[in-house]
Write a protein that binds this ligand. Structure first.
Ligand SMILES: Cc1cc2nc3c(=O)[nH]c(=O)nc-3n(C[C@H](O)[C@H](O)[C@H](O)COP(=O)(O)OP(=O)(O)OC[C@H]3O[C@@H](n4cnc5c(N)ncnc54)[C@H](O)[C@@H]3O)c2cc1C
Length: 303
């Protein structure tokens, strides 16, 4: 279907928020990405499912995104529909030691809620800048914790537009991966099972982890987080540093001076700039240490 037809189709179905020819760089933490033909920002589960069904029924390609903190979008942008599950579908409810979250709720907000209720075990997630939907998808983790440790059940929409509920064990969580990717599922909501803890201890752990992040990671520059997955037996950042690539720059893209595991958007970088730099890093690290670096950030879109 042509762009204009897609735009007309969605405009006629009265969604609460749609954006036409929307620059993806406004929606990614990398601040990179060309225009999406159409972006829908659903404000309820019904609207979210309506957008997915409409796309599927009309054979329109669609991309689900959360907060765009793990995405590198190509400079030509996204053909078809981007469904952004974030603001508008981000409710959080607490019942004793259980937290119920809609997929668009931010991990930072959920962690703050956990702290407010003196619930522990989610401290690791407080500084991850994504939604719970995105975090479930890739079993996000940090400082020894991962989503797998705190999830009780996940409600999803499957490829047949059926709503299913999976237990933690059924989610097939593994390092930066889960059943969501295996089966192209869409996360609708998540139930977290936490434990009662001590407010001050939880707060202290969160502060300590925030300090670790701000002192070690280049949070002052746009990026997609760790550019590469951790290769078995190594740390990507250390390999890149030992290869002498700290600060290496290609046009607007740069290996962070602060943490070599991050490629940052130092100055109006394009996706092409980042991809070129990534290819150089991969080649040098392979030549020097015989280690293949696999990207953790998701590359999507058209050149
Ligand atoms: C500064 C910085 C620090 C970071 N630190 C960490 C860290 O410590 N640990 C870590 O694991 N990650 C980290 N990340 C990466 C990122 O924040 C996580 O991967 C996060 O879980 C991505 O969530 P998101 O909502 O931004 O997803 P997006 O980037 O929007 O999407 C990522 C993927 O998830 C899919 N997706 C999103 N929502 C849904 C949904 N509801 N249903 C189905 N699929 C969905 C998308 O299609 C896409 O494939 C960091 C990123 C940055 C920029």
């Amino acid at each position: 279907m042509k762009k204009e037809e897609i735009q007309k189709l969605f405009k006629n179905k009265s969604f609460s928020k749609i954006l036409l020819d929307e620059p993806m760089k406004n929606h990614t933490t990398f601040k990179i990405g060309g225009p999406a033909d159409l972006m829908v920002i659903p404000s309820s589960e019904e609207e979210l499912i309506k957008a997915i069904k409409l796309s599927r029924e009309n054979n329109i390609d669609f991309l689900i995104m959360g907060n765009g903190s793990n995405l590198l979008i190509k400079d030509g942008g996204i053909r078809g529909v981007v469904i952004k599950i974030n603001e508008g579908f981000n409710g959080i409810k607490v019942d004793n030691t259980t937290i119920y979250c809609q997929a668009g709720a931010l991990l930072s907000t959920i962690s703050k809620t956990a702290l407010k209720h003196s619930l522990k075990n989610l401290e690791f997630a407080s500084g991850i800048p994504g939604t719970i939907g995105g975090a479930i998808t890739m079993n996000a983790g940090a400082y020894g914790g991962e989503m797998k440790d705190v999830v009780t059940t996940v409600r999803v929409l499957d490829k047949n537009n059926e709503i299913k509920e999976y237990t933690n064990a059924e989610m097939n969580f593994r390092y930066r991966n889960s059943r969501v990717w295996d089966e192209g599922l869409i996360v609708l909501s998540v139930e977290l099972g936490l434990e009662k803890g001590n407010y001050s201890t939880i707060e202290e752990i969160m502060k300590d982890l925030t300090y670790k992040r701000t002192s070690k990671q280049p949070l002052e520059l746009p990026s997609g987080g760790s550019t590469f997955k951790r290769p078995e037996g190594f740390f990507a950042g250390k390999l890149i540093e030992d290869a002498g690539l700290r600060g290496l720059r290609h046009r607007g893209a740069q290996v962070s001076e602060k943490h070599c595991g991050f490629v940052v958007n130092a100055e109006n970088a394009t996706c092409k700039d980042v991809l070129y730099l990534i290819s150089v890093i991969q080649k040098v690290v392979k030549d020097k240490f015989n280690v293949e670096l696999e990207t953790e950030i998701k590359l999507l879109g058209e050149d």
